[in-house]
Design a protein around this ligand. Sequence first.
Ligand SMILES: [Zn+2]
Length: 174
Amino acid sequence: MSACGRTRAELLRVAADGPGVDPELARHARECPDCAAALAELDGRWADVRAAADERPAAPAGLADRVIDALRGVRGTPGTYHGVDDGVRVADRVVVLVARRLAADAAAGLGHVRAVRADGDTLHIGLAVRWGVAADTLAERVRSAVLTGVATQVGPVVSAVDVQVVDVLPPSIG
Ligand SMILES: [Zn+2]
């Protein structure tokens, strides 16, 4: 505590959050040599913390692509249609939503569907597999369920389904 009775804790608050948190003390510290010295020291230390807080952490590699894929998976590509019959076309969004539902059913309890994207007549599915599950077996099950399911429910719009295992889910607790 300084001679004027101000505590280090009070001064730390001013150093950390700025003079706005306690304008009276900030004013006092400009004239009181004890408080001014203490505040200058605290402020110097706090500058490092502020600098660290301002530094933006870098996103993991591939995160932006995965987020974009996930969004596309929900929306499909606007303006893109698949011909199912003479004069009948189905929006890409519908194919993607049906594929997503089929993939989720096929993977239920064993994994999660992270992304579904149509690229022409090929569907790309990103799959997260639960720890301990045979990834290749699950991927094949999802691939075949989506291929036949889309053909049955939508029509002959997809000629290939490409399943990629993109993540592993931690084992569930309990
Ligand atoms: Zn003081």
